[in-house]
Design a protein. Structure first.
Length: 158
């Protein structure tokens, strides 16, 4: 076996990840522009397609399928898929509402990581470091949507 075979695969994976992150970013931009243009279904549909293909290229087909097929992600996956379908058939406002709910449920576990990232941004990081915002972030960390749905939620008042 040639020693550079593994290295070449690493480079290929890096390029796929870079392209995937780019597609994900363009998907978010297209979705944002679609919302600004009063729920333009063309932009919203392209944003959804770019976002999903970007996530798939970034983490791989197998990991993407595993993520969307997890039992605890079922409600979010179905909501996201139904919202995507509504956008495609021409009901973009309803589709985006349902899709946003699905997105929040699916990615609720990533919000604390995103909060740490936002606190370290050079220009706007100070906003996310304010005591009021950090208390909301820490509360969100303890009271994720999945935890709030469970019976043993630590967020309920006795």
């Amino acid at each position: 076996m040639h020693p550079k075979v593994g290295y070449g695969n690493y480079i290929l994976k890096t390029h796929e990840t870079e392209i995937g992150l780019g597609l994900t970013g363009f998907g978010i931009i297209f979705t944002f522009v679609g919302i600004l243009l009063f729920f333009d279904k063309g932009f919203l549909a392209m944003g959804n397609i770019l976002f999903l293909s970007g996530v798939t290229l970034t983490i791989g087909v197998k990991s993407t399928l595993q993520f969307f097929m997890k039992r605890q992600n079922f409600k979010g996956s179905v909501s996201f898929g139904v919202g995507f379908f509504f956008v495609l058939i021409g009901w973009p406002m309803i589709g985006m509402i349902v899709e946003t709910y699905g997105f929040i449920v699916l990615f609720s576990g990533f919000w604390p990581t995103l909060a740490v990232f936002l606190q370290r941004l050079p220009l706007v990081g100070w906003v996310f470091q304010q005591p009021f915002v950090t208390s909301i972030i820490s509360n969100w960390d303890h009271c994720s949507l999945r935890g709030a749905e469970a019976d043993e939620s630590p967020c309920e008042d006795p």
